[in-house]
Design a binder for this molecule. Structure first.
Ligand code: GMT
Length: 380
């Protein structure tokens, strides 16, 4: 198939999923056309089936806000027509689903019917999408998509609860490439970070408020009073300086390192003993899956789709949002050498159920179904 993929190209779960999906589909022989405002971060290798089309955003003194959605819709029209795409797959409802709707209507006036699949990723529903400033457009554009997928059962449930969505939503969970994400031998790195054999906790995120990274620092502070431990924080975002200040206040700076944005996150995960995800909302928790693939157990909240990934007292533990004491006790249990190897093995076993080879055919079958529905209307 010839597929156009629209996503946010920067660091962030939805962009990562979209890019990895496109790369995997290209390896299967599909022609994949990325349509984004800049080169997706993980679009980092050459494949004869991968193409990249940049959205041109023209500004004008009159525009306080350049109309990105219009530029994107125009680009989609152009790429569908000239590359003869079979399907558009847009990731993150805002504004991609409504731009796709506009592109589809324009193409119909020229006799071209291109099916649109929208994948809901989380905050496009649970946070931003719910807001009255976007909700009517989000509802409309989900209902107008030819196919809708969500990355967890919980996100599907949330979508039906908060929007008047009449479309069937197919749950296709996120996936992991176990060839890339696997535990590597990085003893020198572990030695440099934990010279006295301390246990290592890792967190990766975009440091938005919803991630509650300060909770991780508070848990770490309590833990460090009981066992020798270090903390690596990977990523960057609006809450980072608050987190740095909290480290100073709790006097844990010498044991905590902020690494900023990293490409090779699997190298850091390879030396970790525990991964923490304290989010107050999380539709899936891709970063936790990446950790599990590298044999790292997870302590997470029980928010959103996290219980569908992290199995309580098997691959790690679930806690109520903000329950610092419970998370500290859970961390002490996992980091005990009598328990750690089993948790690590369980984390890897669970990650394998989300392997790319398991999930990719689900997308291919879904594309096929939607394509046939649009090109062969019912009753024919
Ligand atoms: O977590 C974020 O803030 C980024 C966001 C995104 O759209 O890039 O992530 C969402 O999509 C990911 C991929 O499907 C999911 O793994 C994350 O759980 C989800 N984030 C939230 O629901 C907060």
């Amino acid at each position: 198939m010839k597929i156009g993929i629209v996503c946010y190209p920067t660091f962030g779960g939805s962009g990562v999923v979209a890019t990895e999906l496109g790369k995997a589909l290209a390896k299967q022989g599909h022609k994949i056309h990325f349509i984004t405002y800049s080169q997706p971060t993980r679009l980092d290798f050459f494949n004869e089936n991968l193409f990249y089309h940049e959205v041109d955003i023209r500004t004008y003194p009159l525009f306080q806000y350049p109309p990105y959605e219009l530029a994107l819709a125009s680009k989609m029209v152009d790429v569908v027509k000239h590359e003869k795409l079979d399907l558009l797959h847009v990731h993150y409802a805002i504004p991609h689903a409504s731009a796709a709707y506009m592109a589809k209507q324009i193409l119909l006036t020229e006799g071209i019917a291109v099916p649109v699949v929208t994948t809901l990723h989380g905050t496009d529903i649970t946070l931003v999408g719910k807001d009255a400033s976007y909700a009517p457009v989000v509802t409309f554009s989900i209902n107008q998509s030819d196919g809708v997928t969500a990355v967890s059962e919980d996100l599907k449930k949330d979508t039906y609860e908060h929007f008047k969505v009449t479309k069937d939503i197919e749950v296709i969970p996120n996936f992991i490439d176990l060839v890339r994400f696997k535990r590597q031998k990085k003893d020198h790195f572990k030695k440099a970070i934990c010279p006295e054999g301390e246990k290592l906790i890792v967190h990766t995120s975009n440091f938005r408020r919803v991630k509650r990274v300060e909770d991780i620092i508070r848990v770490f502070h309590q833990l460090s009073q009981t066992i020798p431990v270090k903390l690596l924080l990977v990523g960057d975002g609006p809450e980072r300086s608050k987190c740095e200040n909290l480290c100073r206040e709790l006097e844990v700076c010498s044991d905590v390192r902020f690494l900023g944005k990293l490409e090779a996150v699997e190298e850091v995960l390879s030396v970790a003993d525990l991964f923490m995800m304290t989010s107050e909302k999380e539709s899936f928790g891709l970063a936790a899956l990446e950790a599990m693939a590298c044999e790292v157990p997870v302590i997470s909240t029980n928010a959103g789709g996290l219980p569908e990934l992290n199995i309580h007292s098997e691959t790690g533990f679930l806690s109520d949002i903000g329950d610092i004491d419970s998370m500290t006790q859970q961390a002490l249990h996992i980091l005990d050498d009598a328990h750690l190897p089993q948790f690590k093995a369980n984390a890897l076993a669970r990650a394998k159920t989300f392997d790319l080879s398991v999930i990719l055919p689900k997308y291919e079958n879904y594309y096929d179904k939607v394509f046939r529905q649009v090109n062969q209307p019912m009753g024919v």
